[in-house]
Design a protein around this ligand. Structure first.
Ligand code: HEM
Length: 395
């Protein structure tokens, strides 16, 4: 099956207005073959049923060794940080996931609540007079504090993760050098932290992973390093944007904000709908076809690189009624945390942080409103993530 040429794929519109761009792409066809800005050929899957199936399809591998397309060498990720879950298939995936999943059960995560609440209260106490940028004052620092505490990164060792992650996920090919520099810095940072923990272990996830490595030989040294990288990288930035996008949704829908303030709507429901309506993680990790496969009637050859658009699937009108409206009361069936064997390990932690941050903010500042016109909101330039640069409010 062939389809009309999709409009401006990987052009600015996918960043400035991804919803509108993906609405068009879904209409034109289920799967679009295209080339990324750094010259890599990909098949982009846009519709809900196809995306959901692809996420759980064992014929699609996350192991880069199965790529046939050129351009892989242009990846900014250094091989030293490659040995993590999002580059793996079973059985390695199963072994490593089992190792860290104990730290992410809903019960273990719930134990973190008092600390998350205390960190949130501290940030809210520090609010200046309005206007206040909620990204800078709350959405950004809270997940950084939480993930560092979970891993056991001491306060004085913390670096500017936001600058690193924004650079890493920048779309422009000319950002490749910056991106490699950010990766080198992040790599160095992790090597130093692991060395320090080896000498002085503490009661945290990183020390537990080091023990699993050194005492039980349950993972290799590169896996240890890459796992720390993945948890920091995946755990921090997406949560920043879940909080930011959730706050924006409430600011744009005052009726739901009032319901949250009056405790008539659960923030948990607001967060689920945010994960559908404005998914922080727009594109699933690239996958490689292990054999010739057909998705949405389009043939993808063995080794072909497949991208699944979560943000697009979540707005598919054949699956969700009135997909563009924000409705926290609809049944959650979004793909914002992925689906299948790579389903987000940190989902309970992200939900808890979002809940504490948004509940506390709206209960303390009941009359929040946007301090800038909605048309002036700036999004981080990325095809991968959906996050605000600033969210300035008054009350
Ligand atoms: C709102 C916040 C978050 C979003 C939207 C999100 C989204 C996702 C998605 C979509 C995937 C699957 C990717 C794919 O299959 O292509 C994923 C995987 C993963 N996430 Fe999250 N994530 C969030 C928060 C977190 C947090 C807080 C952590 C850890 C502290 C975390 C750790 C992971 C890990 C380790 C994986 C890989 C799982 C695997 O491959 O088995 N994430 N995440």
């Amino acid at each position: 099956m062939t389809h009309a040429t999709p409009p401006s794929l990987f052009s600015d519109v996918l960043i400035t207005d991804p919803h509108q761009a993906y609405d068009q792409l879904r209409k034109i066809g289920p799967v679009h073959q295209t080339t990324t800005p750094d010259g890599v050929s990909v098949w982009l899957v846009t519709r809900y049923q196809d995306v959901r199936k692809a996420l759980a399809d064992p014929r699609l591998s996350l192991d880069k060794g199965n790529a046939h397309s050129t351009g892989l060498h242009q990846s900014s990720m250094p091989p030293e940080l490659d040995a993590h879950l999002l580059n793996m298939d079973p059985p390695d995936l199963t072994r490593l996931r089992r190792l860290v999943s104990k730290a992410f059960t809903p019960r273990r995560i719930e134990e973190l609540k008092p600390r998350i609440q205390a960190q949130t209260d501290e940030l809210l106490d520090a609010f200046t007079d309005p206007p206040v940028d909620l990204m800078r004052a709350l959405a950004n620092p809270l997940p950084m504090a939480v993930i560092c505490e979970l891993l056991g990164v001491p306060l004085d060792a913390r670096r500017d993760f936001r600058a690193w992650t924004n650079t890493l996920l920048a779309p422009a090919p000319d950002a490749a050098r910056e991106s490699r520099r950010a990766m080198r810095e992040m790599h160095q940072f992790l090597v130093e932290i692991i060395a320090a923990k080896r000498t002085h272990p503490t009661d945290d996830l990183l020390s537990a992973m080091i023990e699993a490595r050194d005492t039980h030989d349950s993972l290799t040294e590169p896996e240890l390093l890459a796992m720390a990288f993945l948890i920091l990288f995946a755990g921090y930035d997406n949560t920043v944007n879940l909080i930011g996008n959730g706050l924006l949704a409430l600011l744009l829908h005052p009726q739901h904000a009032h319901a949250v303030r009056d405790r008539n709507t659960l923030v948990r429901d607001v967060l689920e709908e945010t994960l559908r309506w404005n998914a922080p993680f727009m594109l699933g990790v690239r996958r490689f076809a292990l054999k010739d496969i057909t998705i949405g009637g389009v043939r993808i050859p063995v080794g072909g690189r497949v991208w699944v658009s979560l943000i697009s699937a979540n707005r598919d009108g054949t699956h969700f009624a009135s997909p563009a409206s924000f409705d926290p009361h609809r049944a959650p069936a979004h793909l914002g945390f992925g689906h299948g064997i790579h389903y987000c390990l940190g989902a309970p932690l992200a939900r808890l942080q979002g809940d504490v941050a948004i509940t506390s903010l709206f209960h303390r500042f009941g009359r929040l409103k946007l301090a800038v016109p909605v048309t002036e909101l700036k999004w981080v330039p990325s095809f991968h993530k959906r996050g605000l640069q600033e969210l300035t409010v008054a009350w």
